[in-house]
Write a new protein. Structure first.
Ligand SMILES: Cc1cc2nc3c(=O)[nH]c(=O)nc-3n(C[C@H](O)[C@H](O)[C@H](O)COP(=O)(O)OP(=O)(O)OC[C@H]3O[C@@H](n4cnc5c(N)ncnc54)[C@H](O)[C@@H]3O)c2cc1C
Length: 280
């Protein structure tokens, strides 16, 4: 399959991207790693008249710690997060999740921001953004704004990023040494999208759970927070009893739909098993 004809631009800076987006709006598409957009164009599920390739735009490919945030530039590739250049619980969470994103050739080209903008309901980065309450920075010729992850993901493949906006960076809260993180995923074959994935981040104080964040992907149109399971953990010591109770609640609070990859009941069972593994 070949894509429909399109015009191609490769600006060198953000201002150039924003000018093109302002002029062409919904007729244009940003090309980042191309790992989702190009297949969609080849299948003619997307027919943009203009492609704006951001591969040469400088300043969007850094991972930096800014006080209480980790800032991930939109062009940071999946592979760059397999061995993050910093220590701590966020390191292990990103590293484990990164290795679940597709296969090595996809991770070498695909980008963090591209995955967030694409908003696949089973995507690992969308799950982490939702679980950790990420802030997503976007820019347009009209100005800049920051969208909380909870307001960003509207439905499967639909976000609140406007047609003339460029996602520039994603800010994750920095997790200090009192946090413990976990990630567990089930897919049919290595490299496939998750059937279900669960991410967790737990802050301990005096041996008890002071704060809990648990998210699940593959159970709806967007990744979701498992708020009942989170609430059940608050104030508990992090041990088998609390983990079992939270995992059971997690499976009860999701409302997945069945498809060719698994029935609704099967996905609910996966949520329980994967929540237990992530928390353990
Ligand atoms: C075989 C296969 C298996 C895969 N498995 C997985 C998997 O297990 N988990 C997973 O998460 N992903 C998986 N992917 C998808 C992969 O992670 C993509 O890299 C990712 O979804 C999109 O990132 P990209 O940089 O390639 O974006 P592109 O394909 O270039 O763009 C995707 C969409 O986002 C928009 N976009 C990109 N960047 C921006 C920006 N900065 N601002 C605004 N809009 C933007 C584009 O216009 C387009 O609509 C798989 C892909 C393939 C082909």
């Amino acid at each position: 399959m070949k894509p429909a004809a399109f015009r191609y631009e490769r600006p060198r800076d953000v201002a150039g991207v924003l000018d093109l987006l302002a002029e062409h709006g919904d007729e244009a598409k940003i090309l980042a790693g191309g790992q989702s957009l190009v297949p969609m164009m080849n299948f003619r599920l997307a027919r943009p008249e203009m492609i704006i390739d951001i591969g040469a735009v400088s300043g969007l490919d850094q991972v930096t710690r800014n006080g209480d945030h980790l800032t991930i530039g939109t062009r940071v590739r999946h592979v760059d997060l397999e061995r993050p250049d910093f220590d701590g619980p966020l390191n292990s969470l990103l590293a484990v999740a990164a290795r679940h994103v597709g296969h090595i050739p996809i991770r070498l080209r695909g980008t963090f921001g591209g995955s967030i903008a694409h908003a696949d309901p089973a995507a690992e980065w969308c799950l982490l953004a939702q679980t950790l309450d990420a802030d997503v920075a976007v820019a347009s010729a009209r100005g800049k704004r920051v969208i909380a992850a909870g307001d960003l993901f509207k439905s499967a493949f639909i976000t609140s990023i406007d047609d003339d906006e460029l996602l520039t960076e994603v800010r994750l809260p920095w997790l200090g040494p009192d946090w413990k993180t976990g990630f567990s995923e089930f897919s049919r074959r290595a490299g496939d999208f998750a059937v279900v994935a669960v991410a967790s981040a737990i802050r301990l104080a005096d041996g008890r759970i002071a704060e809990a964040r648990i998210g699940a992907a593959g159970v709806g149109a967007t990744a979701i927070r498992l708020t009942q399971a989170e609430a059940a953990l608050a104030g508990q010591p992090l041990g088998p009893d609390a983990i079992d109770a939270a995992s059971e609640l997690a499976s009860e609070e999701v409302d997945p739909r069945g498809d060719i990859h698994g029935s609704a009941d099967y996905r609910r069972d996966l949520v329980q098993a994967l929540t237990r593994r992530a928390l353990s």
